[in-house]
Ligand binder design. Structure first.
Ligand code: GLN
Length: 539
């Protein structure tokens, strides 16, 4: 068996250049030539994982099947490649240090002084090599978070330098993603920041093999030559990454620029077939040529930052494309709904999704939105907290349990229809202690979800602490509300739906984590279909 090859992606000049998308696009191109590829991300912050971070910090927390709370870039990897990721695909400085410190306490280092070099760098190297050791992959792409020159990235850069030295040039290489700013006053693209960031990388002993240049304007041949000469890369290894309409264009743009060819040559790889992106192109064609348009309201409390709901927005892109519908997602702040006269504005929408979330702020607005769509028979999709809000709304307004609530919001309610399970009650630590990862759910025969999934047993990913309180099973499901999905192990209610509504589904899990370009999630596909039907019925 040939050796696993390693590609390291670093960033220069500024953050937010889209390293994750470039890494995922390269992986897609390599996968289309039958290489087995995975991507991992190293984040230089001290949190052990992003689970404890507010979405305003780094956007949504993405959850994998094995229950790892990870960076949202892992979502891009899964959506592009349709290959599952796990905890091994996302490591933070906090996790690295935690592991080294635990080893020190166990006496693993035999009396040595524990230092950044070699102990931290060795731990990083081990974790980089972990996925390669499984024998499941030909190529591992490792994205180093942050920007070259940051103090906190230094141990990673040093670990990469050592690995390139140890694995040899044929087995490891670097791609440096950089910005070519345009100075409008001078009417010119500027290469100097890139020259400097390549130099900074050199100071740490790493030579950039490929430059991927983010730019708003085409790079001329002259400019490419200049970059090649001053940054010491081959001319063909200067890759332009110009702004595009959608992130899903990036693999094709990277192919036009020859990024995969440069990598294949550099690592002496032998493709098993020429690139086949037929399905990808079909998806893009449908996405860019919709036959109709719908408006979906996304009700949440982190709406100021689009990245907070990244996977939901991407799931709508996948589901819209397959239905040949443009899904215009209108974000609505849950607190806005309570302001006078605003609720009626929801009438314009063809469907409403009440988003996941934590804490009390904005929940009354969410409950009001659910009441509105239930009464007006507008398609409704509640995810996690959204499902819990649907249960509370029904309890208050249909069952007459006026103070029904979740104990996450108040412990004063006499009707805790959403509550903590016994095994959650004694948990003190916040990090990594929710119900996380993939759980089975059996769907009741003949239910709407059963028809949508066309299966009776499904697996979906969870990330929550509170649950539907089963003490309310009898009263809750005595009328029009149905428990259509149940966890076969624990009996917990995972899905609710309404019998007298065309499309009203609340799920305790997060379907958005599993939607990919090649496999759009059935619930999103069906929700978009229902919204389209509803939109046509209004005309
Ligand atoms: N805050 C709720 C809980 O912990 C819902 C979480 C979510 O929406 N992901 O149960």
């Amino acid at each position: 068996m040939s050796e696993t090859k390693y590609i390291f992606v670093t960033g220069g000049v500024t953050s937010s250049l889209g390293k994750g998308i470039v890494a995922a696009s390269l992986a897609k191109l390599l996968q289309s030539q039958k290489f087995r590829v995975t991507i991992q991300k190293f984040d230089p912050y001290i949190n052990v994982d992003p689970g404890t971070l507010n979405p305003y910090e780094h956007g949504e927390c993405y959850v994998t099947d094995d229950g790892a709370e990870t960076d949202l870039d892992l979502g891009h990897y899964e959506r592009f490649l349709n290959v599952k990721t796990s905890q091994a695909n996302n490591v933070t400085t906090g996790r690295v240090y935690q592991s080294v410190i635990e080893k020190e306490r166990r006496g693993v280092f035999l009396g040595k002084t524990v230092q950044v070099v070699p102990h931290i760098t060795n731990e990083i190297k081990e974790r980089i090599l972990l996925l390669g050791k499984t024998g499941e992959y030909d190529i591992i792409i490792t994205e180093i978070g942050g920007t070259v020159g940051d103090i906190e990235s230094l141990p990673y850069i040093e670990a990469v330098r050592q690995l390139i030295y140890e694995r040899g040039d044929k087995n490891a290489m670097t791609i440096h993603l950089t910005l070519i700013p345009f100075l409008s006053a001078a009417g010119e693209l500027k290469t100097k920041p890139t020259q400097h960031s390549v130099k900074t990388l050199m100071e740490s002993g790493i030579k950039a093999d490929v430059l991927v240049c983010r730019t708003e304007h085409e790079l001329s041949n002259e400019l490419r030559k200049k970059l090649a000469l001053f940054c010491n890369v081959k001319y063909e290894a200067v890759i332009q990454s110009i702004d595009v309409e959608t992130i899903y264009d990036v693999p094709l743009k990277m192919q036009d620029e020859g990024l995969d060819r440069v990598v294949i040559d550099r690592l002496k790889l032998k493709p098993k077939q020429s690139s086949d992106l037929k399905k990808w192109k079909e998806f893009l064609k449908k996405y860019k040529n919709p036959k109709s348009k719908i408006k979906i309201g996304l009700v949440g409390k982190y709406v100021e930052l689009q990245d907070s709901y990244k996977s939901i927005l991407e799931s709508f892109i996948h589901a819209g494309a397959i239905n040949e519908v443009e899904v215009d997602v209108i974000t609505i702040h849950s607190e806005f709904i309570l302001e006078k006269g605003n609720i009626d504005k929801l009438m314009d929408l063809d469907g409403i999704l009440v988003a996941p979330g934590f804490g009390e702020r904005g929940i009354e607005g969410k409950i009001k939105a659910v009441e509105f769509v239930r009464k007006n028979k507008i398609p409704f999709f509640g995810i996690c907290l959204g499902m819990q809000m649907a249960v509370i709304e029904y309890s208050r307004n249909v069952l007459g349990l006026k103070d029904a609530n979740s104990t996450e919001m108040t412990d004063k309610t006499s009707n805790p229809v959403i509550d903590l399970m016994e095994d959650q009650k004694n948990i003190k630590n916040k990090g990594g202690t929710m119900r996380l990862g993939s759980w089975e759910c059996s769907l009741s025969k003949g239910s709407l979800v059963n028809r949508i999934y066309d299966k009776s047993l499904i697996n979906e990913r969870h990330r929550h602490r509170y649950e539907f309180n089963d003490k309310y099973n009898d009263i809750m499901f005595s009328k029009n509300l149905k428990a259509s999905g149940v966890n076969p192990l624990t009996g917990l209610i995972e899905i609710i739906e309404h019998n007298d509504h065309p499309w009203f589904i609340g799920v305790q899990f997060h379907p958005e984590y599993k939607s990919t370009v090649s496999e759009p999630h059935p619930l999103f596909v069906s929700f978009v279909e229902a919204a389209l039907k509803y939109s046509k019925s209004k005309k």
